[in-house]
Design a protein around this ligand. Structure first.
Ligand SMILES: Cc1cc2nc3c(=O)[nH]c(=O)nc-3n(C[C@H](O)[C@H](O)[C@H](O)COP(=O)(O)OP(=O)(O)OC[C@H]3O[C@@H](n4cnc5c(N)ncnc54)[C@H](O)[C@@H]3O)c2cc1C
Length: 388
């Protein structure tokens, strides 16, 4: 097994429980580093509502078999067996009450009980195949009959992420779709950059849409751009150069709201009325952009056509991110090893015998909310029960 992250450890313990002799090699000084960092240190380890629709993959059916063979309920049962206290947050997300360490300890204990051997600080550099696999590493050579690639994606390079899994896939004739950062904040270089800097730390509920995909959750203004769950979710569907549309008033019909103000509270200033539904600092920025010349007029004096325009700015604010924060802060890597020639039932290569790809190295990325770990558990498990 190359990689002692979420998928690698799940696969290792599952295969070893079946009596297979398993060796996990990991280049880091610690296994499961992303587990420890995840969910703000509390690991959002799965979700009550796991569906294939929560995953992005060129073949949307690919994830179904593994997710059926090892479900969220299987992992929850394991968490409960270890007495790990957990709680549900919005949209069925499950987090540890105390610490992500508990999830890693669970996996380590299961690996220990099944006699999995783990070598850390062991970076695999080259693989060759001739009646079995030979792995060249910084600490020597290893041979094995079956090889599992669980090297993850490129996100957060300081956590041991490398592109090695992609190289292995190509070496054995697999296609690799060009990767990019996912679940990642947006950056801006136009007028909106100054807005995000001024509003840094402010969060509001909004709907963000790009390319036909939309999410309604919090957005967070930061000194680097826009973050928060809705932004991270939509970033998975964003392509460089594409615009995003933000509805800053997802719980209102903006045009009706402004018309209502004009009718019922005609003497007030628009900014004072909007302060009931949006943060004042944000209104000040929007006013500068959309109704500066009417800023001192009571709402009754703003023509209907201009009010409709302002409503459009509030409910469909079009922005063009200059980019994303990239792998430095991304939670996942989008795309990767094409699933076309990987068995969805076992994760084995259809091109190369006894070679398996699991977890994030594959062209499978989940939404925010525990879906990526569930993919790691499910894909790791099915490979673990299949290894010959
Ligand atoms: C900050 C952060 C928070 C996250 N929070 C959540 C969350 O709360 N919920 C959720 O579902 N998902 C979360 N994710 C995503 C989740 O962590 C990953 O999807 C998941 O860890 C992928 O598992 P994996 O086994 O494929 O890869 P990883 O867990 O990344 O493991 C890959 C391992 O391979 C090793 N490796 C790489 N190359 C080599 C090599 N050449 N030789 C030897 N070893 C090698 C690495 O050192 C690493 O240990 C988060 C990600 C990040 C970055």
């Amino acid at each position: 097994m190359i990689g002692g992250g979420a998928s690698g450890l799940m696969c290792a313990m599952t295969a070893a429980q079946r009596g297979r002799k398993v060796l996990v090699l990991d280049s880091s000084n610690k296994i499961g580093k992303k587990i420890l960092m995840s969910g703000g240190g509390r690991c959002n380890f799965t979700n009550y509502y796991i569906e294939a629709d929560n995953y992005i993959c060129e073949n949307p059916h690919f994830v179904k078999s593994a997710l059926r063979q090892y479900t969220q309920w299987n992992f929850i049962a394991l968490v409960e067996k270890y007495g790990i206290a957990y709680h549900e947050r919005d949209h069925g997300q499950l987090f540890c009450n105390d610490s992500a360490k508990e999830i890693l300890n669970l996996l380590k204990t299961e690996c220990d009980k099944a006699d999995v051997q783990i070598k850390i600080r062991c970076a695999v550099e080259k693989i060759s195949f001739e009646n079995g696999y030979t792995l060249q590493t910084n600490i020597g050579r290893f041979n094995c009959k079956s090889l599992v690639i669980a090297t993850g994606g490129l996100s957060i390079p300081t956590l041991g992420s490398t592109g090695f899994g992609y190289e292995v896939a190509q070496q054995f004739g697999h296609d690799v779709y060009p990767v990019r950062a996912g679940l990642v904040p947006f950056t801006f270089s136009d007028w909106f950059k100054a807005v995000t800097e001024k509003l840094s730390g402010t969060a509001i509920k909004a709907t963000i849409e790009t390319g036909g995909h939309s999410f309604t959750e919090n957005i967070l203004f930061t000194h680097r751009g826009l973050s928060g769950p809705a932004v991270l979710q939509v970033s998975n569907y964003w392509q460089a150069g594409q615009a995003i549309t933000i509805n800053l008033l997802p719980e209102h019909n903006a045009e009706e709201l402004l018309k209502g103000y004009k009718k019922m509270r005609a003497k007030s200033l628009l900014k004072n009325l909007l302060a009931e539904v949006l943060p004042i600092k944000l209104i000040a920025e929007l006013e500068n952009r959309f109704w500066q010349e009417s800023a001192t007029k009571p709402v009754a004096e703003i023509p209907d056509a201009q009010l409709a325009e302002i409503a459009g700015g509030l409910s469909a604010l079009k922005l063009k991110p200059s980019g994303t924060e990239g792998y430095r802060t991304a939670e996942v890597t989008l795309c990767g090893v094409s699933t076309d020639e990987i068995s969805s039932k076992t994760m084995e290569s259809m091109k190369q015998p006894d070679l398996y790809f699991i977890g994030e190295v594959l062209d499978v990325s989940g939404h925010l909310g525990g879906f990526n770990f569930q993919w790691a558990w499910s894909s790791g498990y099915v490979a673990g029960i299949s290894i010959k």
